[in-house]
Design a protein around this ligand. Sequence first.
Ligand SMILES: NC(=O)c1ccc[n+]([C@@H]2O[C@H](COP(=O)([O-])OP(=O)(O)OC[C@H]3O[C@@H](n4cnc5c(N)ncnc54)[C@H](OP(=O)(O)O)[C@@H]3O)[C@@H](O)[C@H]2O)c1
Length: 243
Amino acid sequence: MILKHKTIVITGGTSGIGREMVKVLSIDNEVIVIGRNSEKLASLATQHQGLHVYQADLVVQTDVNRIAIEISKRFPHIDVLINNAALQYSAVFLDDNFNPQHIADEISVNLTSVCNLTYQLLSALRHGERALILNVNSGLALAPKTSSAVYCATKAALNTFSQSLSYQLENTNIRILQAFLELVDTPMTQGRGDKKMSATHAANLIVKGLNNEIANHHIGKVKLLNFLLRIAPSIAKKIMKKY
Ligand SMILES: NC(=O)c1ccc[n+]([C@@H]2O[C@H](COP(=O)([O-])OP(=O)(O)OC[C@H]3O[C@@H](n4cnc5c(N)ncnc54)[C@H](OP(=O)(O)O)[C@@H]3O)[C@@H](O)[C@H]2O)c1
């Protein structure tokens, strides 16, 4: 799909990779950003002409329902939905400071809201000749690390959801794509790892994959991980365990 004069909805466009995608996509398209922080959204709207912003806490499914109704009323035809927002907590279950509330929050933002928003915007996505849903995923969906068990599980579930939904939609105008990212330098990964890919580079690669409609886009070191999982799965899992 040539990303020009399209109507694009993106979640989590106020930070990191989402923020960088908004910069690129808003040049030639009508972009609708869903974010949880009103101040960040207002500031973003002043930086990009014609940007539409909607406030919703994706933990709260009634918020998702509310903005989905508002968006589909104002934009009855949507070309692209980018499910990008996510939460990641690093504490392990044996930590004294492990907060069990984080389990439900991570599942809500990373999985429930993706399924819900996708469902709610489906009729707007069915209006055109072709539409794309891009789920921003992680190499951790393919092989988990030790920390962030719930995050890893939500990303694996997102992968399964994307595959199954693509079967359901195969005779429609909608295609489901996924971008599987390596470690990227964003607020989510602050203080973790080194030699991270920049958020700008990651965003540009994701947009390129969208343009080319790459169904499963393995980005950076995830290409190697995917290959290793096929030829030497136990080695791949051992590497990812320590990640
Ligand atoms: N960074 C990496 O290494 C990496 C690797 C693989 C995959 N990914 C994936 O890439 C995507 C973007 O992540 P990122 O690294 O750019 O992280 P980020 O900088 O932390 O951005 C995450 C975005 O999600 C939004 N968000 C979080 N909780 C929300 C909620 N309850 N309601 C609404 N919005 C919420 C954040 O809003 P605020 O701006 O208000 O915080 C932010 O805009 C995610 O799907 C992530 O899983 C990242």
